[in-house]
Design a binder for this molecule. Structure first.
Ligand code: ZN
Length: 479
């Protein structure tokens, strides 16, 4: 049972486009917050000026909005614990670090990087986990003054006492490590800037975060964070970890598996609700065989305890299948709107509106649309091999095309309607010794230039009588 008011956060580093894995973590935080009626906070980790780029920050926010993941407090909208940008919170971090120094819970370590490195290497050689020897912990204040007089500045280390450090991850159970294996660790650099784990802990304290839900790469972070919470006399939040999404080869999803940026999927014709639906099913399931679920349905069901600790596999075919299913569930009006940005300029809105019902069953991505309908605006010359079915000669094909031409010519403009034409041409096909499939393949290739197209008669209706007869005529000339 969760008593405190739930507050979760997401703290992306804008050093690249919003990654599918980050979107997945944001989504699970969001679902958790919404399930308990809590708050979802967005905080920007922009402390490394070499990695931070403003355009990435904007892109991350835009991609989250596109996915329907909204935040209650953040850098763009503010909130009671502003600023939501780590670069603007340095003074706060120092206030906490200084307090630990003043209380004797932390101390300066003056060891040179070379000395620390050789100690590390010696430990690794002996086959033991490296940790700081603690040599600066017992320096007297006089000794410190002497060292600092020489202009040496030390990093800040937290004093760690031996004993077990435990936490319960909702989907992994109890995890315990020995504090003596961690040793006195650095919490701030010699220039007094906080390390990431320190800054994160202080932000989470200040922003009253109750649950941190992050990727499994943060598991190693937790014991140090717990020791910091203890030193600061604060209650640690619940620490939950999501397993990495794997690519098809069983390694962490990365660029070599294909696109990993949310914005690429948007550009490639995926719908936000399909992508969100797919991401929700990575590591979580409704415990039945439902696969098409909306955000609001999952908000009602979502529990951290139900998140699997197994690594979910990213399956592009499955996502594409789901995308097609979402496309078919849209109304013609909704789909027309979604297709608009993918529609060639030559297709006016009125024509687009008529095309939507023709393509709805046939496209899996919005980007399939322009190719599928291009034959309607631009004549595509067919291949002779496609035009002439197997087992038939050019002469026989020519005879069939001229029969079709004659029948199509008879339709008045008033009767130029898909269902009328289809009914009639089925009769014509059956009156020949051709199989229906061969008959209509030849017809389709003559009109569309290839074997795949939206429904033939719907397309012919849009194409109009003059253009249809033109194309039949041209096809006959090829034979
Ligand atoms: Zn030292």
């Amino acid at each position: 049972m969760i008593k405190d008011k739930v507050r979760v956060r997401m703290a992306p580093t804008p050093s690249g486009f919003l990654h599918l894995g980050t979107a997945h973590t944001a989504l699970f935080n969001w679902l958790f917050a919404r399930h308990y009626g809590g708050k979802f906070i967005l905080r920007i980790d922009d402390t490394d000026p070499k990695r931070y780029r403003k355009e990435y920050e904007e892109e991350i926010l835009e991609s989250l909005r596109w996915l329907g993941i909204n935040w209650d407090e953040g850098p763009d909208i503010g909130g009671p614990f502003a600023p939501y940008r780590q670069s603007k919170r340095m003074a706060t971090y120092w206030r906490y670090i200084k307090k630990l120094l003043d209380e004797g819970k932390a101390y300066r370590c003056y060891c040179s990087p070379e000395k620390l490195k050789s100690e590390r290497e010696a430990a690794l050689k002996k086959g033991i986990a490296p940790k700081y020897s603690g040599c600066c912990r017992y320096l007297t204040s006089e000794e410190r003054r002497e060292i600092e007089k020489k202009g040496r500045r030390g990093a800040v280390r937290l004093k760690v006492s031996p004993g077990p450090v435990s936490f319960i991850d909702p989907s992994r159970g109890k995890i315990t490590v020995k504090a003596e294996d961690i040793g006195d660790f650095v919490i701030a650099r010699s220039d007094n800037t906080a390390l990431l784990a320190t800054a994160t802990t202080i932000d989470d304290i200040e922003m009253k975060i109750t649950h941190t839900i992050r990727g499994e790469d943060y598991l190693n972070f937790v014991p140090k964070q717990i020791l910091l919470y203890d030193a600061l006399g604060k209650k640690a939040p619940v620490f939950a970890h999501l397993s990495f999404i794997y690519g098809p080869d069983g390694s962490k999803l990365s660029k070599r598996h294909g696109s990993t940026a949310v914005s690429d999927y948007r550009k490639n014709g995926y719908l936000s609700d399909a992508l969100v639906n797919y991401l929700m099913l990575l590591g979580w399931s409704p415990k039945d065989d439902r696969e098409i679920l909306s955000l609001s349905q999952v908000v009602k069901l979502f529990k951290l305890e139900d998140v699997s600790d197994a690594n979910p596999k990213f399956d592009l075919d499955k996502l594409t299948w789901l995308n097609g299913a979402y496309i078919r569930r849209k109304t013609d009006r909704e789909l027309g709107k979604l297709l608009k940005p993918f529609t060639p300029k030559e297709i006016p809105s009125a024509l687009l509106k008529k095309m939507v019902p023709l393509v709805k069953e046939r496209i899996k991505k919005l980007t399939d649309f322009p190719e599928l309908v291009s034959f309607l605006i631009k004549y595509q010359k067919p291949n002779k091999e496609d035009l002439v079915p197997k087992g038939k000669s050019s002469q026989e094909t020519l005879a069939i095309l001229s029969l079709i031409f004659g029948e199509m010519k008879k339709f008045s403009l008033k009767n130029w309607q898909a269902n009328r034409m289809e009914k009639k041409l089925l009769q014509v096909a059956d009156s020949t010794d051709w199989k229906r499939v061969s008959f209509f393949q030849t017809f389709r290739v003559a009109i569309a230039g290839g074997k795949t197209s939206p429904p033939l008669f719907g397309s012919i209706e849009l194409l109009g009588k003059k253009e249809t007869l033109n194309r039949l005529r041209k096809a006959m000339r090829f034979l």
